[in-house]
Design a protein around this ligand. Structure first.
Ligand code: XMP
Ligand code: MG
Length: 184
């Protein structure tokens, strides 16, 4: 796959790099204010959250620690199974920590609602969520997001960390894919 193929694969750009950057500025400013004087541990959910984590954490003035988890609720396809498995757990003891989960997208919300209760059971001082995207029309579980980028329509999107079969994560924007990508 080369760059021109990627261009053909994109159907519509929903959020530009500027849109994402503007929202990241706002989220970072709020997080700095809310966590002033408190310790903060950012927990990124691999792999989709890598771009949000990198771009959000570099905008924070607040000192942070960073850790990563990998969970799986999707295969290489586009539908949630509702079954969550820990593929890689945290290295950090959460006792007494202020945890901010950093996510790329809340779709059904099943992954995050499971993750929040899992992390809450480990004795942290607090657990909150920051997510760049959310699909309100896909919600199956109630998830309270403290820091949200954008609500988007219930369509499969790629870019800014989000993949289709591990491709397109590096796109600096959020876009839908042309039907031929799925059709083979
Ligand atoms: P749920 O449904 O549990 O989904 O909220 C959470 C995880 O599913 C992935 N996901 C997507 N990945 N485009 C993607 O590339 C999408 O439109 C999409 N919707 C959900 C994502 O990894 C998320 O963390
Ligand atoms: Mg994914």
């Amino acid at each position: 796959m080369d760059q021109s193929d990627v261009g053909n694969d994109i159907e519509k750009i929903l959020l530009t790099s500027e849109d994402l950057g503007k929202k990241l500025d706002e989220m970072a400013a709020r997080i700095d204010e809310d966590y002033a004087g408190r310790d903060l541990l950012l927990v990124g959910v691999l792999k989709g959250a890598v771009m949000v984590m990198a771009d959000l954490s570099r905008r924070l003035h607040h000192p942070i620690a960073m850790d990563w988890m990998a969970v799986s609720s999707y295969g290489s396809g586009t539908k949630s199974s509702g079954v969550v498995r820990i593929l890689k757990d945290l290295d950090t003891d959460l006792t007494g920590r202020n945890v901010l989960i950093v996510e790329d997208i809340i779709d059904s919300g099943l992954t995050l609602s499971w993750l929040v209760s899992n992390l809450r059971s480990r004795g942290p001082a607090s657990v909150e969520i920051a997510s760049m995207l959310r699909k309100p029309d896909a919600a199956q579980a109630d998830v309270e997001v403290k820091y949200l980028g954008y609500d988007i329509p219930n369509e499969f999107v790629v870019g800014f960390g989000l993949d289709y079969a591990e491709n397109y994560r590096n796109l600096p924007f959020v876009a839908t894919l042309a039907p031929h990508v799925y059709g083979g």
